[in-house]
Design a protein around this ligand. Structure first.
Ligand code: NCD
Length: 316
């Protein structure tokens, strides 16, 4: 039986092409369960997922919990940061050891960079990083790439423009690392200079010889792109509130800007949206962001299944 290369999902750099194929093949089979055409309750019956969200979440949390329950598993949770012993001063490491006693898999979102890795190292249970501060959000990147494959019908030969808060936007870091697995990819990063892509990402691209350009000109940046990945400014991570106020209206996508893009450019956004995509864009057939959010279910079902399944449970 094929296995993932690692028994956890902390970031996207450690994923291989084989991992991606396995996750996407499994996700395709999960679509029937996600869409109620097939029952999947036998697949993870008796398994418990700990859902630890120390930062706000709607899509990630609900889609993980929904996925777990649709596969017959159950969820234990702390409803909010202040309800957990972390707020009493417990270390991430101790918290992880304890959580692992009461669950079979841990999904954690925490503001501290490295928190998911620390959790994974502290336990022998699988851990999924649902966002560690401004660092990474690998399950989002997996559903993003799954969406690109569904919308564009390929993962090689793509020009991807990413716009917005590239400094703090953890989803942008994870998707770049993941798309680095494919052939003939190039990126355009569109942002104000204050919110440039961090060096850990640009160094990765330079080491792999993947071309990228950086610009603060939205119209120039989207010309010729096959995919446009829009992100919101991560207000909660700004150290200076006036800087957020200064930048928040600078990069707003509307139909006028899209006149300069390929007519079929795939428009994506991890959501939530604040003001960076005008609602008039939603009606375009190539506005994929709600389909993208829906893809979170089969992809997260696949991840939970691959990390948790008993060797004897078969999908088919
Ligand atoms: C993203 C996140 O939490 O990083 N949201 C999500 O999980 N879909 C993006 C964001 O909050 O801007």
């Amino acid at each position: 039986m094929q296995q993932l290369s690692h028994p956890y999902l902390i970031g996207t750099k450690h994923l291989t092409k084989e991992d991606l194929e396995l996750i996407f093949d499994t996700a395709r089979q999960m679509e029937d369960i996600a869409n109620n055409r097939k029952d999947g309750h036998h697949l993870l019956r008796g398994k418990i997922m700990a859902s630890l969200f120390y930062e706000p979440s709607t899509r990630t949390r609900l889609s993980f919990e929904y996925s777990m329950k649709k596969l017959g598993g159950d969820v234990v949770t702390v409803s909010d940061g202040p309800c957990s012993s972390l707020s009493k001063g417990e270390s991430i490491d101790d918290n992880a050891k304890i959580t692992a006693m009461y669950s079979d898999i841990i999904v954690i979102r925490h503001p501290q960079i490295g928190s998911a890795k620390e959790t994974a190292y502290a336990t022998n249970k699988p851990v999924i990083n649902a966002g560690d501060g401004g660092n990474q959000h690998p399950s989002q990147a997996l559903l993003d790439v799954y969406t690109i494959l569904k919308e564009n019908k390929r993962l090689d030969n793509l020009h991807i423009a990413i716009v917005g808060d590239l400094k703090y936007g953890r989803t942008t870091h994870s998707i770049v690392f993941l798309m680095g697995l494919f052939e003939n990819i190039r990126f355009t990063f569109i942002s104000p200079t204050e919110l440039h892509m961090p060096e850990k990402v640009t160094d990765f691209l330079e080491n792999k010889g993947i071309p990228y350009t950086e610009t603060d000109n939205y119209i120039e940046g989207i010309k010729g792109a096959d995919v446009l990945y829009v992100t919101r400014l991560q207000k909660e991570r700004f150290t200076d509130a006036s800087e957020y106020e200064k930048l928040k209206d600078d990069f707003i996508l509307n139909l006028d800007i899209l006149k300069h893009a390929k007519p079929d450019i795939t428009i994506m956004h991890p959501l939530p949206r604040v003001n960076e995509v005008d609602h008039e864009v939603d009606k375009l057939p190539n506005a994929a962001f709600f389909r993208q959010a829906a893809n979170g279910v089969p992809v997260r079902m696949a991840l939970l299944y691959l990390l948790l399944r008993n060797n004897e449970t078969s999908l088919i």
